[in-house]
Design a protein around this ligand. Structure first.
Ligand code: SF4
Length: 423
């Protein structure tokens, strides 16, 4: 059986937690989403901007990038912040952009096509007495916030970068930086980095064992030994095998308290003892995200199989409604409408621009005059309104402040102030 890369740094959270993942994912095609294509385009532009002759993000607006995606004006502010962050951190140091980082030595990987990645930016920054700090910076454009503390992808990059540079530079400290909307960082010592290298080696050996033992021991035993017995959102989120993974199936069945057959036939039996257990809502809420991910994965896998012509008993493909009507050729339609002598307001959907679009007109390239001046923008701002933010449920550890609904706050105040009940 052939496998894709076993030790991809971007999937390190997965292969550290689940040695058997690569075996289960084997043969399931990758999906390229519009979002990942956009992310690649933004990475490429940032890399080009940081490479001599240097440029800035705004120079790329409306230009096609290396993967054919047209660079959007909306991306400029955040990407420029990353570019400026890297430039500021590199002052006085040595900057490597899009550096190949090879960490095979640490995990004893002998496959020449595996065990390496590309660091978005690697900096060797002088400390004192000819010693250096290794800075590894990763640009993230996804919506899901990625933690920087002990981030395995960055630690693997740091191992590779350390291997590459430690003969020339006396590296004493390691700084990991994730730029996702803004920069966040975490420091560790070289000793901590090398200790992580040992942990990575031990996990890598288990992954190799999972691959070599598959099909050679009883399947149930293999699953018990090599699949993560405690699936979690962090470890399983991007696993292509989630829909069919036995470990996930056990997790869902034990959380829901019934097997799939009983659920599918409506014969799931309610255990009165379990119903009377103390409030399980907090636990169920903790499991909800992973179960939602699993449901999406199951739907996607059934659709993928049906589209590929594979039978899924009890399910079929149907066609939904046709899309909204559109002009086949907008210019021809416009000319035809003009020939009908329609008024402008009848012919065009005219709509005033949004505050966001108006704000963009307050900016202009260096030396040019913005379409909307500072005083004009100040007067426009008086006409801007926005809806109140809506409350949503978040884990206790979320960094945002706790929100107390006004009706709850009133009840609380009324209880705290006995005089209020006399009114
Ligand atoms: S879904 Fe299954 S195979 Fe995939 S990482 Fe989680 S436990 Fe491993």
């Amino acid at each position: 059986m052939s496998h894709a890369k076993l030790f991809s740094p971007s999937k390190a959270e997965g292969w550290f937690a689940c040695a058997g993942r690569a075996v289960l994912e084997s043969g399931i095609p990758d999906k390229s989403s519009g979002y990942s294509d956009d992310g690649t385009a933004r990475h490429d532009v940032c890399a080009v901007c940081l490479t001599p002759p240097e440029s800035n993000a705004r120079d790329w607006v409306d230009r096609a990038t290396s993967n054919g995606v047209v660079y959007k004006a909306d991306w400029v502010d955040e990407d420029q912040d990353y570019i400026d962050t890297v430039r500021a951190m590199a002052v006085g140091g040595v900057l490597f952009v899009e550096q190949k980082v090879d960490f095979r030595r640490f995990i004893e990987c002998t496959d020449p096509d595996d065990g390496f990645g590309t660091g978005d930016a690697v900096i060797l920054k002088p400390l004192v007495d000819d010693t250096y700090e290794l800075v590894v910076i990763d640009r993230k454009t996804g919506y899901h916030e990625v933690a920087v503390e002990r981030n395995k992808q960055l630690l693997l990059y740091a191992l590779g970068a350390y291997d590459e540079h430690s003969l020339v530079y006396d590296i004493r400290r390691v700084r990991l930086v994730i730029h996702q909307r803004s920069a966040r960082e975490w420091d560790c010592s070289v000793e901590d980095l090398l200790a992580f290298g040992k942990e990575a080696r031990s996990r890598a050996i288990t992954v190799i064992n999972a691959v070599s033992m598959h099909g050679k021991v009883e399947q149930a035993e293999w699953e018990r030994t090599f699949l993560n017995q405690h699936p979690s959102e962090d470890a399983c989120r991007y696993c292509k095998a989630m829909a069919t993974c036995p470990s996930m199936q056990s997790f869902v069945q034990s959380t829901v308290g019934a097997d799939f057959e009983a659920m599918a036939t409506g014969e799931a039996v309610i255990d009165p003892e379990k119903v009377n257990e103390p409030d399980k809502l907090p636990l169920q809420m903790s499991a909800a995200g992973l179960i939602e991910d699993w449901i999406k994965a199951v739907r996607a896998e059934v659709e993928r199989r049906l589209l590929a012509g594979t039978d899924v008993p009890g399910w079929k493909l149907v066609l939904g409604k046709a899309g909204a009507r559109a002009w086949r050729d907008a210019e021809v339609a416009e000319a035809t409408l003009k020939s009908m002598r329609l008024k402008v307001e009848d012919m065009y959907d005219l709509k005033v621009i949004s505050p966001t679009s108006a704000e963009k007109l307050t900016k202009a390239p260096e030396g040019a005059k913005p379409r909307i001046g500072k005083r004009q923008w100040a007067s426009l701002q008086a006409h801007i309104t926005r809806s109140d933010p809506k409350p949503s449920v978040a884990p206790e550890a979320d960094k945002r402040d706790r929100y107390t609904p006004p009706n709850v706050a009133d009840d609380f105040n009324a209880e705290a102030d006995p005089a209020s009940s006399l009114c």
